[in-house]
Write a protein that binds this ligand. Sequence first.
Ligand code: HEM
Length: 281
Amino acid sequence: MAHETGRQLDCTTMLRDIASEQKLHGSVFLRKTPSVAALNNIMGSVFGKRYEQGKDDKELEELRDMMFCSLLTVTEKLQEDDMVAVLWEMIFRGTDTTALLTSGSWLSCVVANKTLTDADVAELPYLQAVVKETLRIHPPGPLLSWARLSTSDVQLSNGMVVPANTTAMVNMWAITHDPNVWIEPLEFKPERFLKAEVDVRGGDLRLAPFGAGRRVCPGKNLGLVSVNLWVAKLVQHFKWVQDLATHPVDLSEVLKLSCEMKFPLHAIAVEREDSLLCHSP
Ligand code: HEM
C-alpha cells in the first residue's frame, strides 16, 4: 500500500515536471521525466528514498552516470557484497527498462477525469494492448540474458544442434518480429491483443519481453503496473502533439544497455482543460 502511494506520487511529480518543461521550452523531451519517475519508483522500494529534479540534481546525476558505466565500475564504486549487488541489480535493471517502455507507449486515448488507480487501469483493455504492442515492437531488453548454458546436446526443430556446454542468448526481438509468428509484424496494431489473450510475463514464448524460466525478470509485475498507470495518467492529463517543426518522430532503434529510440521522442504536451493538474495548488 505504501508502495502504491509512492508510485502515484512519482507519477504526479512526473506530470508536473512535464507541464513546467512544456511551459519553459514549448515541447517535452520524453525520456528524462519517466527516467526520474522510474528511478524513484525503484529507489523508493530499495532505499525508501526519492529524488527531486532541481533539488537533488547532484545525486541524480551521479546515479545516472553510474547506470551508464559498465557494471564492473559500478560494483567497484559500491564495494560489492551480495546484498548491494542484489539492490543494484534492481536499480540497474528496473529503471531504464521501465522508463523506455513508458516513453514508447505514448498513445492517444481519452480517460475519464478522475484520479486513476491500478484498479481503473485493469479496466482499460486498449491501454494494456498498447503497452503489450510496444513491448512486442520495441522490447526494451531484446536479448535475453546469456545466463543460459546447455547441459547436453539440444536438437532444434530446424535440424540444427546446440552442443552441450554452449552459452546461449535468446533473440526476443527476432521472435517478436517474425512473420511466421505474427501477422504484419512491422505494423503497430494493439488490436491484435484485444482479439487474443497473450501472457507477456513468461507464459507465452511468442512474446516474452521479461524473459521466461528461472531467470525471468523479477520486476515484471512492478514494471507492468507502473507503466500502465503512468501511461494512462500521461494521456489523461495531456493531449500529445507531434513536434513536426523541430523533432518529427523517428522510430529507429539503437541497442545500448537497453534497446532505445535512436532519436529520443520530443512532443508537445497540451494540458487538457479538465486536467486535475490545473485545479491543484
Ligand atoms: C518494464 C520493464 C522491464 C522489462 C521490459 C524488463 C526485462 C527484463 C529481461 C528481458 C530480463 C532478462 C530475463 C531473462 O534472461 O530471461 C530481466 C532481468 C531482470 N530484471 Fe527486468 N525488466 C523490467 C523491469 C524490471 C524492474 C522494475 C526490476 C526491479 C525491480 C527488474 C529487475 C530485473 C533483475 C534483477 C533481472 C535479473 C534476473 C536474473 O538474472 O535472474 N526489471 N528484465
